[in-house]
Design a protein around this ligand. Structure first.
Ligand code: FAD
Length: 558
């Protein structure tokens, strides 16, 4: 267990370390040279120095036993520093996950203690040249080596692709097909027949080493099979998705905010047409405010999911997928808008936003692409819809309506409209059997993510109003600002669900002329349209908060 105070201190040490060892000019230089700062990564993982990996190692293996919420906070902070370095550290988190969830007690003690005490760098070897999103297609094999009728070891043969830390790790978790099915093995560097390729020349995260691996009859003793039973590999990989996707979600959040936090001060100094850009509504309300709103909607969902994982509600894979999808798409869009916010300067390498944009792009790809997230979300929630005979999202809407009774200013009534509309769209899709169209299925995934995040942000704003936010929760915005953010996002989600819902249901042939009026009225479109009133003044308020003009604004009002 990590206290809020210890977490705060760890985050501060991380920031101080980065200020000293990874200033912007060093980051830009390493990026241009396409170089992983291995010595710095090792320093971060050295228990006598920063020892950042201690955070996620259980206490009985020499770590601090941090939970999902702690890991989210650290991942966000690391992404704000540099996403390549963050990826190098994440690779050890990821590489050791099959051990954390699947290993025998002896294996756990052995490997996790070595990570804690010796700062061992790990890599996570799942992807193959022909098995990416579809890991079941993996071709790497692990053949049993028998002696006197007993399995004494395995010979692993195959290729792994795009492995973070691939060329620099000390040990690797490798997914391979054993006779009993896909299984995780630990392979140490330098083992005969085990090689890595030269680092990939990548679009972004150039401070992270990514390399292909080749395994040619690599012998490992039987105790390297994690959990000691063959065929558990895909289940073990599934068990950590909620948690690991939350880490990548935090990467999207941190990188997105890092870009916006550069655009905001820049726009106060850049004078065009006689005034700073920060005072131009057409600038702030397009390039800054919507991105901040979506980032904070994603944060609300990340925090809610992390709390639930820490409370023992299970691995929450779908919630992890929603968090990852929303935060990484928001982070990517925020970085893109930040280039625009800097104008021509944003397009040059010297200004960090260009690098951040290239870096954050990976977050919508690794640990499951956005399209795979949409599919995961949609398939899971579709089952909820069927099992409850279409009531699941109506019930969720009712919970948010109850919130509106106590907190009428957090947009909960509008978030409820988005959830009711979602239930109606899904029901139309069921009646027309429209999820047979994969595009409809995946678009539903996006609408589900928006509606659920709208609910989460309203809840977070209400908690802030009641002074009940988690001690470790992000405090950038106060309760009134969170309420304004929640109202803006709820309006966006409701409109998106209703209008795009009509688009895809009608587009897939699910609406006859006779049906269309009753469907539109079930979506409560007029109410959703009316709920857009006040949007601009809420955006003005958020801009004032971001630019620290709230005091000025209230003085003017007084
Ligand atoms: C820099 C970097 C670091 C990485 N680090 C690691 C690591 O440490 N360990 C590791 O194991 N892997 C790692 N990966 C691999 C990463 O997880 C995969 O690239 C990712 O899962 C996608 O797989 P793929 O590249 O084979 O793309 P594909 O699966 O071929 O997908 C290509 C496109 O098709 C879409 N698509 C795929 N399947 C479907 C479908 N059924 N329906 C509709 N659309 C679909 C995808 O969304 C994507 O847009 C890394 C990748 C990169 C680039």
């Amino acid at each position: 267990m990590i206290t809020a105070k210890t977490l705060k201190l760890s985050l501060k040490s991380l920031r101080d370390f980065a200020k000293k060892r990874l200033p912007e000019e060093t980051l830009l230089d390493l990026d241009a040279r396409d170089e992983c700062p291995l010595e710095i990564v090792r320093h971060m993982c050295d228990p006598d120095q920063l020892g950042i990996q201690l955070l996620f190692i259980p206490e009985d293996c020499g770590g601090f036993g941090g939970g999902a919420f702690d890991v989210y906070c650290v991942c966000e902070e690391m992404a704000r520093i540099d996403l390549g370095v963050a990826t190098a550290v994440l690779a050890t988190f990821l590489g050791s996950d099959p051990i954390t969830v699947g290993a025998t007690p002896e294996q756990k003690k052995h490997w996790l203690s070595r990570i804690a005490q010796a700062g061992l760098l790990f890599a996570y070897g799942a992807t193959e040249p022909e098995a990416g999103s579809d890991l079941g297609a993996l071709k790497t094999t692990a053949d049993r080596v028998m002696e006197d009728g007993k399995i004494v070891g395995y010979k692993i043969t195959g290729n792994k692709q795009w492995i973070s830390n691939g060329g620099v790790a000390d040990a690797y978790s490798i997914l391979a097909n054993a006779p009993g099915g896909p299984s995780w093995f630990v392979v140490e560097k330098g083992t005969k027949g085990f090689n890595h390729d030269k680092p990939e020349d990548k679009h972004g995260i150039r401070l992270s080493n990514t390399a292909a691996l080749s395994l040619d009859n690599v012998y490992v003793p039987a105790d390297r099979l994690l959990g000691g039973v063959e065929g558990q590999g895909l289940t073990q990989a599934q068990l950590v998705f909620g948690y690991t996707r939350l880490m990548v979600a935090a990467f999207g959040l941190g990188a997105g905010w890092s870009a916006v936090d550069r655009a905001i001060p820049y726009s106060t100094k850049r004078i065009q047409a006689g005034a700073p850009l920060s005072e131009k509504q057409g600038y702030t309300h397009k390039l800054i405010v919507p991105h901040v709103t979506r980032l904070e909607a994603a944060r609300a969902y990340i925090e809610q999911t992390a709390q639930r994982i820490d409370a023992g509600e299970g691995s929450l894979n779908t919630e992890g997928a929603i968090a990852k999808y929303m935060a990484t798409e928001a982070g990517n869009a925020a970085a893109e808008a930040s280039i625009q916010a800097f104008g021509g300067y944003g397009y040059t390498r010297e200004y960090m936003v260009e690098k951040i944009k290239r870096d954050v792009r990976i977050t919508t790809i690794y640990e499951g692409t956005s399209e795979i997230m949409e599919m995961t979300i949609s398939r899971d929630r579709w089952q909820f819809h069927l099992k409850t005979r279409g009531q699941h999202y109506h019930d969720e809407a009712k919970k948010v309506e109850a919130l509106h009774v106590a907190h009428s200013n957090v947009g909960a009534d509008v978030a409820a409209l988005s959830l009711h509309a979602l239930a109606e769209v899904m029901e139309r899709a069921r009646i027309g059997r429209l999820t047979r169209y994969q595009h409809v299925l995946l678009r539903l995934g996006e609408l589900i993510a928006y509606a659920e995040c709208a609910g989460a942000l309203c809840r977070r704003a209400a908690l802030a109003a009641d002074n009940k936010l988690d001690e470790k929760s992000n405090r950038r915005f106060d309760a009134p600002a969170l309420a304004a953010l929640a109202r803006v996002f709820a309006r966006e989600a409701a409109l998106k669900v209703a209008e795009e819902g009509v688009r895809w249901i009608a587009g897939a042939g699910g609406l006859s002329a006779a049906d269309s009026e009753s469907f539109e009225s079930s979506l409560r479109l007029p109410a959703i349209h009316r709920a857009q009133a006040g949007l601009l003044s809420d955006m003005d308020y958020i801009a004032d908060v971001l630019y620290n003009r709230a005091a000025k604004r209230s003085q003017v009002a007084a």
